[in-house]
Design a protein around this ligand. Structure first.
Ligand code: MOS
Length: 736
């Protein structure tokens, strides 16, 4: 079916191909770019959460040294709304009216010769507001509630009846706070107009959607706009939506007829590029006395901006997680005067899994059953919602190998029963079933007379390893040495790629590159189809294979020739072709598409007097299908686990209850894990190639984070006997 061969390139993996560029500073991130005659833009933001601007006085700002322009809602002009893409529509364009819907909303942009002049002048702007009462709290009864906002709520069986008759029940409410992505690299946009042609360097995980959004905003054809992002820096989901400041940078450049750079400040990183919305979740679970699940009800509510839309499916994973006959999942969103939420690593899944996997732990104690045994008993052998077999599933193997390495069997069931000196010791675990996502993607590949290939697609690399893995795959598909492959991304002149998100890029882009490489081989075979000098004359794709820069017959490897020989003999400088991923049709194939699965095991030590929590061991056992680069994949899982520790113990964006201002919008007040908070962590990969793409992969971008918060909360309960259902788990909650 394919010419894929397993060669040593795939598996243990190579070092990052972009590593040398990064450590020598040769990798340029969006804020590193400049153009001659550059001007600087600084954002001014609302200091109220709700109301309207009565008057905005720009006189002093305009008179300040170096100022080139001040743009407000009064002179911004009309900007169009960007289109819907894989993750929905972008937020509404900025500066279109005098309404204020959240603290930190952009109300003006000041452009000056230097950053310092723009910053100083921006502070001279005076604004009179009409302040309205803000809706800031998820439980505010006045707030608009969207029920089943995406039509994706799930239902099977009769939950109400079966919950009522279940012999064992747990019911609990869990909350998670607002969290911010806050990559170290500040998000930046550098914009240059040349006539009606716009070039933009932008921190984005989705260049083609930024292009479409700018095209709509300015009413210019997409072909006139080029978005570039060879290196994104950290993004963690914040780069998935085209944000208003991107439009403002381009607007500023248009207005002053000069290139403009706009770099968010650290506090602006808390309000301008989305955040994980806060949530309240109710879970009810009914089981029989032997631990067989009977019914699960999961209702999740998350916050949403007043004029925004955002997809945050808290309950997305619940219906498919366990073999339970009666399940109901419901998502709700509440419109508040808060900055727009957006994706943050495993959006929705991370919070939903916390509630579900903590509730199962609570059930295990009710049943006096080992939490691992409870999960094994209810393992979904087939997809429980559709009844179809999974495309692949090795969750049992995750449990087995993870528990084995962790020594889970040493756990004594009673809370507070394990100690290490004065420290209380706790073991906790959680399971993860992730969703599947393979959107459309295209790639282009050229093979040149010198025997090198150039493979490209308008995808991005947020540090996860797209450059590296796509170079490996291209080398494998073309039978070329790694150093003969150049891989390009992050440029909308390249064929369109989806967002680097939803753990979908390796599957979808790898498939597109596979298709392009197959097309390239077909193109070579066409060139020699009537070439009497070629031993490949008359061959079809299924007759040949590739290695060492050479195409040869499968049935007789001595019969073949090098790409370069074919090009030379036919006077060709290169062959270039497109490819598009074949979108698998799992339902037609009679299978349920599986994302990755995982089992997470965590050990904590808790100081019983002070409530100090130390994470001492984390083991992640992952079924990610075929792993293309174990080194980068393990690094990805470990990075996610660090994020999970942050979610469990540290991260919380605290809003002032009156004004909605984020009170801890600095890295000294918004805490993330540092080395001292993170133990050595082990990663185990299990499972087999999944059949739904030619590489056999399943997405592992987000599964590293999911489950850590629940496993940690469960370990803390085991250590202390104290069940904390509200993240983050801080020592004051443990001691109160
Ligand atoms: Mo991710 S939140 O899909 O970058």
């Amino acid at each position: 079916m394919t010419t894929v061969q397993t060669i040593p390139l795939i598996g243990p993996g190579i070092h990052r191909v972009d590593g040398p560029l990064k450590v020598t500073g040769a990798a340029h991130y969006p804020s590193d770019f400049s153009f001659p005659n550059l001007a600087y833009a600084v954002l001014v933001q609302s200091t109220i959460a709700a109301g309207s601007i009565r008057h905005i006085d720009t006189t002093a700002t305009l008179a300040a040294p170096g100022v080139l322009a001040v743009i407000t809602h009064e002179n911004a002009g009309q900007l169009g709304q960007g289109p819907i893409a894989n993750l929905g529509a972008p937020p509404p364009p900025p500066l279109q009216n005098n309404r204020i819907v959240h603290y930190g909303q952009h109300i003006a942009v000041v452009v000056a010769e230097t950053l310092e002049q723009a910053t100083a002048a921006s502070q001279l702007l005076t604004v009179d507001y009409d302040t309205a009462e803000a809706l800031l709290h998820l439980v505010d009864p006045r707030a608009e509630v969207l029920t089943n906002p995406w039509g994706l709520d799930q239902q099977r069986g009769d939950v109400a009846t079966n919950l009522a008759i279940a012999p064992v029940r747990v019911e609990a409410t869990y909350t998670t706070p607002a969290e911010t992505t806050n990559a170290l690299g500040l998000f930046a946009t550098v914009a240059l107009w040349d006539g009606d042609t716009l070039t933009v360097h932008d921190t984005t995980q989705y260049p083609v959607h930024v292009r479409a959004t700018l095209a709509a905003a300015f009413g210019v054809p997409e072909e006139k706009i080029r978005v570039l992002v060879p290196f994104v820096g950290g993004a963690f989901g914040a780069g998935l939506r085209p944000w208003p400041h991107v439009i403002l940078a381009a607007l500023a450049a248009q207005r002053v007829k000069r290139p403009v750079k706009l770099v968010l400040t650290r506090p602006q990183m808390f309000t301008s590029i989305g955040h994980r919305p806060n949530t309240v979740q109710h879970i009810k679970i009914g089981a029989s006395n032997d631990g067989t699940l009977i019914a699960i009800e999961h209702e999740g509510t998350s916050s949403l901006g007043m004029e925004d839309n955002n997809i945050e499916r808290l309950t997305a994973g619940t219906a498919a997680a366990y073999a339970c006959p009666h399940v109901s999942t419901r998502d709700r969103q509440v419109r508040l005067n808060i900055p727009s939420p957006g994706s943050m690593r495993a959006p929705g899944e991370a919070e939903g899994n916390f509630a579900l996997e903590c509730a199962l732990d609570e059930l295990a104690y009710e049943l006096k059953m080992d939490p691992l045994e409870l999960r094994l008993r209810n393992n979904a052998q087939i997809h429980p919602q559709s009844g179809l077999p999974w495309s692949s599933k090795a969750l049992r193997e995750c449990y087995k190998q993870g528990a084995g390495l962790f020594n889970w069997s040493r756990r004594t069931p009673t809370p507070r029963s394990m100690r290490d000196g004065r420290w209380l010791v706790g073991y906790g675990m959680a399971a993860v079933s992730y969703v599947w996502y393979q959107p459309p993607c295209q790639a282009r590949v050229s093979l040149f007379r010198d025997g090198t290939a150039y493979v490209r697609s308008a995808a991005t690399d947020i540090g996860t390893g797209t450059y590296t893995v796509m170079t490996q795959l291209s080398a494998e598909f073309l039978g070329l040495p790694l150093d003969h492959i150049r891989f390009g991304l992050g440029d909308t002149e390249m064929p369109p790629a989806p967002n680097e998100g939803g753990s979908g890029l390796v599957g979808t882009l790898g498939s597109a590159i596979h298709a392009a490489c197959q097309q390239l081989l077909v193109a070579f075979l066409n060139v020699v189809s009537h070439d009497t000098a070629s031993p490949l004359r008359g061959c079809l794709l299924e007759d040949i294979t590739v290695s060492h820069g050479r195409i040869h017959r499968k049935n007789d490897p001595t019969q073949g020739e090098e790409y370069t020989a074919i090009l030379a003999r036919h006077g060709l400088e290169e062959l270039t072709v497109y490819g598009e991923n074949t979108r698998p049709q799992p339902q037609k194939m009679g299978i349920a598409p599986a994302g990755a699965f995982g089992a997470k095991f965590v050990e904590v030590r808790v100081d019983p007097d002070l409530g100090l929590i130390r994470v001492t061991r984390v083991i992640s056992a992952i079924d990610g299908g075929r792993i293309l680069n174990e080194k980068l994949a393990a690094s990805q899982i470990i990075g996610g686990a660090v994020g999970g520790i942050g979610m469990a113990l540290l991260e919380e964006a605290v809003s002032d209850a009156e004004t909605g201002r984020i009170a801890n919008a600095t890295f000294s007040d918004y805490l993330v894990p540092v080395n001292a908070d993170v133990p050595n962590m082990d990663v185990i990969f299990v499972g087999e190639a999944d059949p739904l793409n030619p590489m056999g992969t399943k997405g592992i971008g987000e599964i590293g984070l999911i489950g850590i918060a629940a496993a940690l909360a469960n370990a803390i309960y085991h250590a202390t006997g104290k069940r904390i259902r509200d993240l983050p788990i801080t020592l004051d909650k443990l001691l109160s």
